[in-house]
Every structure is written in structure tokens, then in C-alpha cells.
Write a protein that binds this ligand. Sequence first.
Ligand code: DAH
Length: 352
Amino acid sequence: MSDARPSEAPSLPAALEAIGETFPARFRAASSEALLREEKAKLLGKKGDLTAALKIMGSLPPADRKAAGELVNGLKAAIEKAFDERLGAIEAEALAKELAGPAYDLTLPSRAPAPRGHKHPIGIVRDEIVDIFRSLGFAVHDGPEVELEEYNFTKLGFPPDHPATDMQDSFWTTGGHLLRTHTSNVQIRAMLGKQPPFAFVAPGTVYRRDDEDATHLPQFNQLEGFLVDKRVSFAHLRGVLAEFAERLYGPGTTIRLRPSYFPFVEPGAEVDVRCVFCKGKGCPTCKGTGFIEILGCGLIHPVVFEHCGIDPQEWTGFAFGMGLERIALLRYGIEDIRLLVENDPRFLSQFR
Ligand code: DAH
């Protein structure tokens, strides 16, 4: 039997010394970031060498613990530092190797090209209608969606107690502003401080307090048309709309006008196109009538001119307004307007 006591565990300083002597070589031998991290885990991880050494600390007499703690912390810091240095070296090596290698060919096509976006059905219809009016000589105007009550209603001849101005029917913000309920506000904006002639269309988003269902949304899109010049008559209005209908729905498409009322026109009318599905014979889409309503229109009311500083004795004009959703639903045979705002790719991809 020797004097040594074989049952005794190695002393803490000896264990730490062993770790301290071997870790630099272990790190140096790690040739990749992954191997380096593995090596670090074998030292500092839960089952690592240093962690095992620490367990010995608990068995030390309290007087020795402070010195032992300092040793452990010092070693840990040295390991962390060596790790960082080796990681930096590995990264630098990889970069140098990449830079020395063949250059990237930036002209190569990507293997998985990003899917291309495409227009929304409302955008398709809007752009097509705008193009038609552009080719007829109309400019394109824009207007604010948060609008003064004065420009959305008052100057257009709505009486103060008109139901459309009701809290229940419109979205009011503050200071006499509301979300515009139609694109007719652009008429007022165009006239203020300016004199005719005018000829423009104004597509845009409008808002009404409607509960949504298959045919209503609280937010939808309209396109306003506006033309003012000398001696503009109802015949001009009819001519422009007849030409528009033929260009949108194809040659031979006819329209009919029915008297109607809007505060800002006199006379006012609603325009129907002969049903594009049954050619006027009567079908479910036109509810058997042979016609489908597509817009409201009329000659600009003298009072609207007066509100905007334009002499109604000198100038006359027409205006019209149509709902883009309605036209898109009819065009594509979509039965529920909500499909237009749900952003379901299975629906939208059909318009690619
Ligand atoms: N602003 C009307 C609406 O939202 C549509 C309209 C009707 C516009 C007749 C016009 C017009 O310019 O002349 O229901």
C-alpha cells in the first residue's frame, strides 16, 4: 500500500491547472466556428470541465473558497477571451478565402424568382376607365379623403339637414371634417380660386357608415367626372357617356338615362347600360330588366357655380359619378363585394 490516499478527489487548483494548460491547444485545433463552439461548451457548458471543477469548490474549507473563486473566475475570463480571439481568426480566414476565390456572377438569374405582383381588380377597372377618359381629353385629378363638411356637402348644395350629413351616415372626425362620402368634393376643390374651362376625372376612395354585406362596404371607390365650358349641354353629357360605355363594354353597347335627383345637378339622371350579359333580353344579373345602372350624372347646378365664384350665366357643365366596385363586380361576375377587400390570394391571383 502506498502513502497516497487514492480515494481523494484531485484538488481544485490541480483541476484548474489542467484545464488552463489544455484549452488554448483545444481552441487552436478547432477549425470551424461550429467546432470551436463545441469545444467551448465542453469547457464552460453544464457538463463542461470547468463546471465539474466548480463542484469541488463546495467541499473546500470556507477559508480557501475565496482564493479558489478568484482562480475559477480568472480562468473563465481567459477562456472567453481566447474563444473570442479564435472566433475572430476563423471568421477572418473564411473571409480571406472567399475573397481569394472566384468572384460572384451578379448577372446570374435567381433560382427562385420572387412572385410578381399584379393589379387588384379595382385598380384594373379604374385604370381602364381613366384611360378612356384621358383619350377623350379629360385630365386626372386627386382630392383629399379627409374633407371639410363645406366641400363635401355645403358647397355642393346639400341642405344642412340632408340625411347624408347625419352622424349616422358619415364618418366625422374633428373640426368640421369628415371622411368624404363621395368624390364630388373634387369638383369644389377644382373650382375654388380658378375659372373654367375644366375637364377632368377624379378616381378615389370614399367612406360611408354602411354595415357591410354582399353589396355594401363602408369604404369603397368612385370615379367623378367634371366638364365645364361655354354652352355645354345635356347632349354633350349623353355623347360622352355613350362613347364611354362603348369603349368599356364593347361596340354596340347602348345606354339609357332616367331622371333622378342629386343636390348638385339640375337636371339629374341615372345612367343604365344595356345588360352586357343578356344583351337586353333580361337575366338574373339585370334582374330581368335588360339594363344595369352604372352611374349618376347631370348638368351642374347654378348654385354650385355661385358657391365657387363662377358665373353660371357664362359657364355651363356636366358631372357624373360612378362606383368602381359595382363596375368590377359586374365585369368579372363577382357575387360578393367583400371578396375585393379580403386579400385572399386564391381570389386575387385570378386577376394576374
Ligand atoms: N356623388 C354621387 C354619389 O356618391 C354620385 C354622383 C351623382 C356624382 C351625380 C355626380 C353626379 O357628379 O352628377 O352617389
